[in-house]
Design a protein around this ligand. Structure first.
Ligand SMILES: Nc1ncnc2c1ncn2[C@@H]1O[C@H](COP(=O)(O)OP(=O)(O)OP(=O)(O)O)[C@@H](O)[C@H]1O
Length: 391
């Protein structure tokens, strides 16, 4: 039992706090984790990354006391975990492992209901909760509820694992390589879906992954560890990629960190290109002259604030030279096959740009045109982060 006297002060927002925590396994010469101090705020997703054997799983498993620290203490929600009965502690903390860690002889429903049953929930309440959670993770309860884990794909098993960890609505989730056992396409989908769930539920999450790109995509902050569980840097993804704090982190994030940074760099209105804007009714002679004066190679064609497409300077010149007095910009306009939402990140925006023929893409805030994305815009935005790192 926890008494008020045992409640420990934490920073208002700290839900998990490591205070000088070390772990030395029996018969191991070097510590797996050495003198670790850091904390995770309420509603935050922190990814633990680092090379194999650097102590990530050990750190995670000390939170729910599957591994006991050799020194220091871990405070969860204001309580020193060593003062909480380990079984009670574990029931209050969701735990997701690779491949879902499902019980093979239990149906999906029974797997998800594991903790509610242990907590003695009423059967009807638990059953309702199970349906709700399967829906949340995108599995139709009627189709999948009565299947056994072996009758599911890897990605589906993983989703059941997430549903099971969320079943008793724990404030804290520990996830150990949860998407490690599925192929990259499924992994991508699971990450997106989990990020969406997390935006709604705002759990406090510790997430172990080998995959730096996964961490960059889903984490609010990333903790990079070197062998011996040494915390090298703890920062938001953009700062980590823009301003690595040590040689070890530079090496770990790799020479392509500029590319990785695209995923966490927003498209900013002030960076966008502002090509000449024409109307479909403008005559081609006027348009060709205007574009010459503007100095750009392309113009965007708008009608009542809506994007119709683009025209190239060369095409306008040719049409103007051919002397057709009635020719209008609207006759030459080429539609965009894609647009970029203003809230997009540069990685998705740039990949849309690469996938189509036009040398620029319109960026839209809702339906409104706010500027154009070009390769130069991408370059400027990424360079700015290097010169002027965030945070
Ligand atoms: N039960 C154990 N007994 C002895 N040594 C252990 C035990 N569990 C882990 N270790 C050692 O502790 C160190 C850290 O292991 P841990 O599994 O925490 O690392 P990790 O970063 O999660 O590795 P990986 O990314 O490969 O899963 C390793 O050197 C490992 O061999």
């Amino acid at each position: 039992m926890i008494t008020d006297a045992q409640e420990l002060e934490t920073g208002v927002d700290d839900v998990i706090r490591f205070e000088g925590v070390s772990k030395r396994y029996a018969r191991q010469h070097a510590p797996a984790v050495g003198d670790l101090t850091f904390s995770v705020r309420r509603g935050e997703l922190v990814a633990l990354v680092g090379p194999s054997g650097c102590g990530k799983s050990t750190i995670l498993r000390m939170v729910n006391r599957l591994v006991e620290p050799s020194a220091g203490r871990i405070v969860v929600d204001g309580r020193d975990t060593t003062h909480v009965d380990a079984v009670t502690l574990r029931r209050g903390i969701g735990y997701v492992v690779q491949a879902g860690g499902l019980l093979p002889h239990r149906t999906v429903r029974r797997n998800v209901a594991t903790v509610p049953r242990l907590l003695g929930w009423d059967d009807a309440v638990a059953a309702r909760r199970v349906e709700e959670l399967l829906d949340l993770v995108g599995l139709d309860p009627h189709t999948y509820g009565d299947r056994y884990p072996a009758q599911l794909s890897g990605g589906q098993q993983q989703r059941v694992g997430v549903a099971r960890a969320l079943a008793a609505d724990p404030p804290v989730l520990l996830m150990d390589e949860p998407f490690g056992a599925v192929d990259p396409v499924v992994r991508d989908r699971l990450q997106t879906q989990f990020r969406r769930i997390q935006t709604d539920l705002r759990k406090t999450v510790l997430f172990v992954t080998h995959d730096l790109d996964e961490a960059v995509r889903i984490a609010d902050r990333i903790a990079v560890f070197s062998p011996g569980g040494v915390l090298e840097q703890f920062a938001d993804p953009r700062t980590l990629l823009s301003a690595p704090a040590s040689e070890f982190v530079v090496e770990f994030v790799g020479s392509d960190r500029g590319l990785r940074r695209l995923a966490v760099t927003p498209v900013r209105a002030e960076d966008l290109a502002k090509p000449l804007v024409l109307a479909p009714g403008d005559g081609v002679e006027y348009a060709a002259t205007a574009l010459d004066l503007d100095g750009g190679q392309h113009a965007v064609v708008l009608a009542q604030g809506r994007v119709l497409g683009w025209v190239a300077r060369g095409r306008l010149r040719t049409a103007a030279r051919s002397g057709s007095r009635d020719a209008r910009v609207g006759d030459l306009v080429q539609p965009f096959t894609a647009t970029v939402p203003a809230e997009a990140d540069l990685r998705s925006a740039f990949s849309r740009l690469l996938a189509q023929e036009a040398p620029l893409l319109p960026v839209l805030d809702g339906q409104d045109y706010v500027g154009a994305l070009t390769p130069d815009v991408v370059h400027t935005a990424v360079r700015r982060d290097v010169v002027d790192p965030p945070g």
